[in-house]
Structures are given as structure tokens and as C-alpha cells.
Design a protein around this ligand. Structure first.
Ligand code: C5P
Length: 235
């Protein structure tokens, strides 16, 4: 699978999102991520609009519920013709299998399905003392990724710094989709475990998810092209 840059379209409205996408030249159609804020504000129509403009869409809704509910919800998301969706691996192997079943269309095709392991906002201390998960954070991430693989998922969302150990445990074809990307000469914002597009490529990320370094740049198109160049080497 070709490496790609996914732009996190963390805008609060359809107008702001389309205004941003309009800055790209005709024919340049970046892969975009639609998250909860935009989806809950604008509903499925925003997905249809962006797909109709020719973009690939990662719908980042992080489903986590009983298997039957997730299966039915995934059937709806699959009908939106998105390219990638996700669940929380903490929902169990049974829930992830149900998600996959719901996503698979009558003709056998389906969007990519990836799992969130541990959110990068969760520290090992909180995991152990608040959630009573006794294992270390690295072991937990590898176990959750292995569960996702066992359920038949395509990969996980993880920090780029964890991509290597996920690949080692789950195989090179298991996708590592990684936020937490910053250019070497830029501010970290609120991200902690970050790396550059070039380093993410070296460690093994398949897709990098990049928000503010592109959306808040003075020239977003140039920032996107720099990201693509550093990450894919072939742009
Ligand atoms: O602006 P920035 O590049 O930090 O945006 C990263 C995107 O990836 C945001 O949409 C954020 O919600 C998402 N994300 C993340 N860390 C995770 C999971 C998702 O930063 N562990």
C-alpha cells in the first residue's frame, strides 16, 4: 500500500472545511480526516460532499459499544463510501469482528478498518492507577494491536514512535496510521510524543495524520506538499 499524508480537517463547519479544501489546485485531492466535531456538526452530508469532490476520507469516529450496535453503525458508515474508519481496540476482539462484518458490503468490498490502541493522551500512570490496567503502556499497545490483527483489522492508530514495535508484533503489512507529526523547525502545540514526516517514514508509518502544521500554515498547500515530499519521497 502506498504511503500517504492524511490532513486532519479539524474545522467546526462545512463552510470552513470547504474554504480550506478550495485552496488546493484543481486536480490535487488530499486524503482528509473528518473527526467527531465536524461530523456531529454537519452530519453525513459533509462526508458525501467531500467524497463528491474526489477526496479519500478517513472518518475518525472511534466507535466503542456492544458488538451488535457497532456492526449496525458500521453498515451505515460503509454506505457513505468512506475509505477508512476506526474503533477502539478496548471494545474487544468480538466487537472488532462485528465492526468488520458490518463494514463489508454485499460485493465483498469495504473501507479500511483500524483500531485505536491507547490514546496518546493517556499516560501509563493514569492507565495503571485510574483504569487499573496493570501492564506497561508498551505491552498494552502491542497486545491491543495483536487483538486487532486477530480480529482481521487492517492496522492501528498509534504514535509514530510506536509504529516499529507494532510492525514487529503484527507484521509489515499491518498498517500504522500515526498522528503526532511536526516539521523539524515547528512548535509542538499540545502534542507530546511527536516526530517529523521523514522520521515517521523511517520508523514505518504507512499514513501520517497531520492537522495544524498544514491547516494553520500561512500556505497550507506548500505545507502539504512539503509533508508529502518528506514522507513519501516521491511527490
Ligand atoms: O493538529 P495535529 O497535527 O496535532 O492533529 C492531529 C490529529 O490527529 C487531530 O485530529 C487529533 O485529534 C488526532 N489524533 C491525535 N492523537 C491520537 C489520535 C488522534 O493527535 N492519539
Amino acid at each position: 500500500m502506498n504511503k500517504d499524508v492524511i490532513i486532519a480537517c479539524d474545522f467546526s463547519s462545512r463552510a470552513a472545511t470547504l474554504e480550506f479544501l478550495d485552496r488546493f489546485p484543481e486536480g490535487r485531492k488530499p486524503f482528509v480526516k473528518i473527526g467527531m466535531e465536524l461530523f456531529y456538526a454537519e452530519g453525513p452530508a459533509i462526508v458525501r460532499d467531500i467524497k463528491a469532490r474526489g477526496h479519500k476520507v478517513f472518518l475518525d469516529l472511534k466507535l466503542h459499544d456492544i458488538p451488535n450496535t457497532v456492526k449496525k453503525a458500521m453498515r451505515v458508515l460503509s454506505s457513505l463510501d468512506v475509505d477508512m474508519v476506526n474503533v477502539h481496540a478496548a471494545g474487544t476482539v468480538a466487537m472488532m469482528r462485528a465492526a468488520l462484518e458490518g463494514l463489508t458490503r454485499a460485493d465483498g468490498t469495504r473501507p479500511l478498518l483500524i483500531a485505536v490502541t491507547q490514546l496518546t493522551s493517556t499516560s501509563e500512570e493514569v492507565m495503571q492507577q485510574e483504569l487499573l490496567i496493570g501492564a506497561g503502556i508498551g505491552d498494552t499497545i502491542v497486545k491491543y494491536a495483536s487483538n486487532a490483527r486477530e480480529a482481521g483489522l487492517d492496522g492501528v492508530v498509534c504514535s509514530p514512535l510506536e509504529a516499529g514495535m507494532v510492525k514487529q508484533a503484527c507484521g509489515p503489512g499491518f498498517l500504522a496510521v500515526t498522528p503526532g507529526i511536526r516539521f523539524a523547525d515547528a512548535a509542538a502545540d499540545d502534542q507530546v510524543r511527536i516526530t517529523t514526516p521523514a522520521r515517521a517514514r523511517e520508523i514505518g508509518s504507512d499514513f501520517i495524520v497531520v492537522g495544524r502544521p498544514i491547516t494553520a500554515a500561512a500556505d497550507p498547500v506548500a505545507a502539504y506538499e512539503r509533508c508529502m515530499k518528506e514522507f513519501t519521497l516521491s511527490f
